[in-house]
Ligand binder design. Structure first.
Ligand SMILES: *Cc1c(COP(=O)(O)O)cnc(C)c1O
Length: 387
């Protein structure tokens, strides 16, 4: 049996503790009673590892925690109420007033807001760097740089960073390296193997995979996880419920299967549409013409299901007609679920009272789900012909 099969199906599930039930119980409780004074002292001495209070460590959530840590090859993990909370807790844990963060350009939109609108209020500054340029990354470090924040691949244009090189640069400068690893999931990329200190997920995407839970995860050494646990995790209290944890454990059972399907389908769809005349540009990390294709193949053992197209048209209404024709793709934000969907930039244009966004209206990001790739290809090609 492969290691990850054991992790997903058995690790962390002490079934003898709950009637040998195959599926773990949802321990829906806020607190836990101690058997004695001595017992409660023990609970207080290791709140992250014992069961004292559900804002700290709930047994159902703990099963998920153990499984994701093992999948990411880290010592421990913490589960948060969203990917955004996971990113914020991890970053905040490493900085104080006067510190500086180096971050790749154009990260997830709420990572941008964390740096620009939130941490700036507390005297923490940042510099953005081109993640493909190691010299630029090195040059951005200052005396007070505490964090190097990566997102590889990025989830709009799929920019990739060399993880081993970046981890080494951070280490050399005494900074903590962090990555948003949501695109690859733990199945296709394990940043800890490259020396990255903190691996973060929006588990809302592939890890849960069923578009019914919002969840985030931070994976790191025991030392870093303990530090976050006793400060940001317990203070800010952005935990998930035991019920949601049980749903995510259920989602996790099929993660390798879903990722294999999505990898294969997305490559098949990409190859079928790549040369269509309605496409001006297409961005996909496993495209042999992608500028960082070699690095993508070296670091990622498979691809996620996102690709982005800039369409060849000057006619907004034709683009909207094409979108209506794509009836197998839901118009939605997020991604990583069972369903195929698309996020057309044009939805952000022409909103009364809102500024025009910096993205071209011709841009659509697609997310390939678990449907048959053949029917998705037929739908895409027929719709592209509308342009
Ligand atoms: C969705 C997403 C997040 C935020 O996750 P939530 O679970 O929605 O809070 C962070 N990073 C990336 C790359 C994402 O796609």
């Amino acid at each position: 049996m492969e290691d990850k099969d054991h992790i997903i199906n058995h690790l962390g599930e002490d079934r003898h503790k709950y009637y040998n039930a195959v599926s773990p119980p949802i321990i829906q409780t806020s607190n836990f009673a101690a058997a004695s004074v001595e017992d409660m002292r023990k609970m207080f001495s290791d709140e992250a590892g014992s069961h004292l209070y559900t804002r700290g460590n709930n047994p159902t959530v703990e099963i998920l925690r153990k499984k994701i840590a093992a999948l990411e090859h880290t010592e421990d993990a913490l589960i948060f109420s969203s990917g955004s909370a996971a990113i914020a807790n991890a970053v905040i844990s490493q900085v104080s007033q006067g510190d500086h963060i180096v971050c790749v350009k154009n990260p997830y939109s709420w990572t941008v807001k964390l740096l620009e609108n939130f941490l700036s209020r507390f005297g923490v500054t940042h510099s953005y760097v081109d993640g493909a340029n190691l010299e630029e990354i090195k040059a951005a470090f200052q005396e007070n740089t505490k964090v190097l924040f990566l997102e590889s691949p990025n989830t709009f244009y799929y920019g990739i960073q060399d993880l081993s090189e970046c981890a080494a640069i951070a280490k050399e400068h005494g900074a903590i390296s962090m990555i948003d690893n949501s695109y690859c999931s733990p199945i296709f990329q394990n940043p800890a193997d490259h020396g990255i200190d903190v691996t973060i997920h929006s588990g809302t995407k592939y890890i849960n995979g069923h578009s019914d839970v919002v969840v985030g995860i931070v994976c790191a050494s025991k030392k870093i996880i303990n530090q976050i646990f006793h400060n940001e995790y317990m203070t800010l209290g952005a935990i998930i419920s035991p019920f949601d944890a049980a749903l995510v454990i259920r989602g996790l059972r099929t993660l390798p299967l879903r990722m294999e399907r999505i990898n294969n389908s997305t490559i098949e769809v990409f190859e079928a549409i790549k040369h269509h005349k309605s496409i001006r540009e297409i961005y996909f990390p496993f495209d042999p013409d992608f500028p960082q294709y070699e690095l993508a193949k070296k670091q990622m053992s498979g691809t996620g299901g996102l690709f982005t197209i800039i369409f060849e048209t000057d006619d907004k209404s034709a683009l909207e007609k094409m979108i209506q024709r794509l009836d197998l793709f839901l118009i939605a934000v997020s991604w990583g679920g069972h369903e195929s969907l698309m996020f057309p930039s044009i939805c952000l244009h022409d909103i009364p009272g809102k500024e025009t966004p910096p993205f071209d209206w011709r841009v659509i990001r697609f997310s390939i789900g678990l449907e048959s790739p053949k029917i998705l290809i037929n739908n895409l090609l027929a719709a592209f012909d509308v342009l």
